[in-house]
Design a protein around this ligand. Structure first.
Ligand code: TYD
Length: 217
């Protein structure tokens, strides 16, 4: 028997993918979305930041379109405004309707990349993001800066100022400092299927844990 209380779905789970460009995070985010959909029969909401929304688009033009240098402060503001839009337009509505949400780059990208610009302490950037929903689990795809740069160069001409070794060393150093029960570092040099296996096992554990809590609150 289902009553009105049981009719409301619990909030969805929130998974974030992080890592240097070339680490394979976009591929792994898509693989997780496909495997959750096939195994749990529910399509997760797959998002990315910078977003495809109005602020994300203008951010891409500024960063990748060669329209001139953006100061580090303005760059941080643009990423934060884009996130604000994403949280209220996409992430919160998705989670509160019970949909699982998978995002390709989120708060830790801002902490690592804008933190590596050196004008604000990464911890301070993390604090600025305290107001946004926390992922239940963040996968950090660990790849050395030299290997990342090699993969980026193999894709074609370099498109952002971020794609230089000194900067990527700093970004990687900040990513390496993240730790905790909601962070899973994964070796991005392993074979993509075994990476996917590790990620989907960790996601399954969370989903099944949540189902147990719902059944035995
Ligand atoms: P990327 O994931 O490469 O986007 P796409 O694959 O759609 O082009 O992100 C573009 C760049 O933006 C990447 O080099 C990291 C950077 N970035 C930041 O510097 N701060 C942020 O908060 C985010 C979300 C991304």
């Amino acid at each position: 028997m289902t009553g009105p209380r049981e009719a409301k779905k619990p909030p969805g789970l929130f998974f974030a993918f992080e890592g240097l460009d070339g680490s394979g995070k976009s591929t792994q985010a898509k693989l997780l979305a496909e495997s959750l959909e096939s195994r749990f029969n529910e399509k997760p909401l797959l998002l990315r930041e910078p977003t495809l929304g109005p602020i994300g688009q203008s951010l891409r033009e500024k960063l990748f379109g060669g329209s001139g240098e953006v100061s580090p402060e303005n760059e941080l503001s643009l990423f934060m405004m884009d996130r604000d839009w994403d949280v209220f337009a996409n992430i919160l509505p998705g989670l509160s309707s019970g949909q699982n949400v998978i995002i390709d780059r989120y708060v830790l990208s801002t902490v690592a990349y804008q933190g590596a610009r050196g004008f604000m302490d990464p911890k301070e950037i993390l604090r600025l993001n305290d107001k946004y929903p926390k992922p239940n689990l963040t996968f950090i795809l660990d790849l050395g800066p030299e290997a990342a740069l090699g993969r980026i160069k193999a894709r074609g001409p370099l498109v952002t100022n971020y794609e230089n070794l000194d900067f990527l060393v700093k970004v990687k150093g900040i990513y390496d400092s993240f730790d905790g029960p909601d962070i899973l570092h994964v070796d991005a040099q392993s074979d993509p299927n075994s990476i996917h296996g590790q990620i989907s096992r960790a996601a399954d554990d969370l989903i099944r844990g949540r189902e147990r809590t719902i059944q035995n609150p």
